[in-house]
Design a protein around this ligand. Structure first.
Ligand SMILES: Cc1ncc(COP(=O)(O)O)c(C=O)c1O
Length: 408
């Protein structure tokens, strides 16, 4: 599948070793055509493009549903492309964080991605006064144990049980952005529900990385972005999942707009809201079609590759190869934060450089054509992506890393 992507070039004309798909995925070659076709329709058809052309804009989001559903393990009625990730988290919390005077807490991880933490605190403050709780008492933060880098699933479950009487919402990532750890979403959902809470996931680092079964696991809601493993371009439209058991719930609060209203009467332009009986009811605005075209191109690449289950097998062998070589050859200088049992694209490394400045190691890698990301004080995230990275990329990276350590 590598042939189907534009691989950025180094100054010497050779392909970069691009291990940054966990941050921004590469551009599929077919994306240009999908977007050009759209621009062509707009040029030729003007407003008629809403209904005409091979891929009319009015139902355009529906061309993405099969692909999204496959990626997250959902029914097509449970997934929709809309907005961007943090916006979707807010919209979904409007529906699924409904605190009462006694059940008002939200459980997240201590080192959640900042946007998630900020959004959750905003939701707490939004409800605190009317419900008479102190936002400071309402946030349950789960941390790794002393001396450990990652959170144990059993500690999450324990924290859920401990706060069961007051817990309204559990919101965690599917894959942790910094450590690459995959959380046990099925068990967390079960424990959250047993405690009487709703359970939602931020799948920014999970969508397009690992197979999931959101429907079967009974997850209440989830949201993801499409610019990482979904290769749809910077700031591209995100995705949302709401389990079908909530679709017809009339008690549910939503921040609504006309695009969530029943399609057959939408253009009668009445001020009432009659929700589409699916997650599409959560759509507020008509979506950014240019961005949806990029997502459609990307989802077609996943389909051509045989789907996420097949890619995950390749991912495991690539990441496994990287782990083996690092453990065998670099353990003096590198420790791997990502738990061994995690089977996903990303390995997060902590540089044990002692007297050597870790940033110098990172810079040397960059100068040698390896694109990674650096996290202070000494972290490097390496994401071999099965769609476009190869075992040779992994070998080249480890060779350069070894040479850099020797040289420095
Ligand atoms: C885990 C996680 N949550 C939230 C965000 C924020 O995404 P957005 O800027 O699309 O809202 C990101 C972005 O990288 C992320 O990795």
């Amino acid at each position: 599948m590598r042939e189907q992507f534009h691989i950025p070039k180094q100054a010497n004309g050779q392909d970069e070793i691009y291990f940054c798909g966990n941050s921004l995925g590469l551009q599929p070659k077919r994306t240009q055509k999908y977007i050009d076709d759209l621009l062509d329709d707009w040029r030729r058809l003007g407003v008629k493009g809403h209904h005409q052309g091979e891929y009319p804009w009015l139902p355009y989001h529906k061309f993405l549903l099969e692909g999204f559903a496959d990626l997250v393990g959902a029914k097509e009625s449970e997934v929709v492309p809309m907005n961007t990730l943090t916006v979707n988290l807010h919209l979904l919390m409007v529906s699924f964080y409904r605190p009462t005077k006694t059940r008002f807490k939200i459980l997240i991880e201590g080192h959640a991605f900042p946007s998630d933490h900020i959004a959750v605190e905003a939701q707490l403050r939004f409800h605190a006064e009317s419900m008479g709780f102190n936002p400071g008492d309402a946030l349950v933060l789960v941390e790794p144990r002393d001396g450990e880098e990652t959170i144990r699933d059993e500690d999450i479950i324990e924290a859920i049980e401990k706060n069961a009487d007051e817990l309204a919402l559990v919101m965690l990532p599917g894959v942790q952005y910094y450590t690459g750890q995959v959380f046990d979403m099925a068990s967390i959902t079960k424990a959250g529900h047993k405690a009487g809470a709703k359970v939602g996931f931020d799948l920014a680092h999970a969508a397009g990385n690992i197979p999931m079964q959101l429907h079967e696991w009974n997850v209440d809601f989830a949201a993801w972005c499409s610019y990482k493993y979904l290769n749809s371009g910077p700031g591209s439209v995100g995705g949302a999942f709401v389990h079908e058991r909530h679709h017809l719930d009339k008690e549910l609060h939503r921040f609504t707009g006309w695009w969530g209203h029943d399609e057959s009467t939408r253009f009668l332009m009445k001020p009432e809201f009659n929700p589409i009986p699916s997650v599409q009811a959560w759509q507020c605005s008509n979506p950014t079609i240019l961005s949806l075209a990029a997502i459609r191109a990307s989802l077609d690449v996943f389909k051509t590759a045989g789907g996420i289950q097949e890619l995950h097998k390749i991912s495991n062998s690539l990441t496994g190869h990287l782990r083996n070589r690092l453990e065998k050859e670099c353990s003096q200088y590198v420790s791997i934060l990502t738990p061994q049992k995690t089977m996903a694209c990303q390995l997060s490394l902590s540089l044990k450089t002692g007297a050597i400045d870790g940033k110098k190691v990172f810079n040397a890698l960059t100068e040698n054509g390896v694109t990674l990301d650096w996290r202070e004080p000494n972290g490097i995230r390496v994401a071999p992506v099965p769609l476009y990275n190869t075992a040779q990329d992994v070998d080249f990276f480890v060779d350069i890393l070894n040479k850099t350590f020797e040289r420095l």
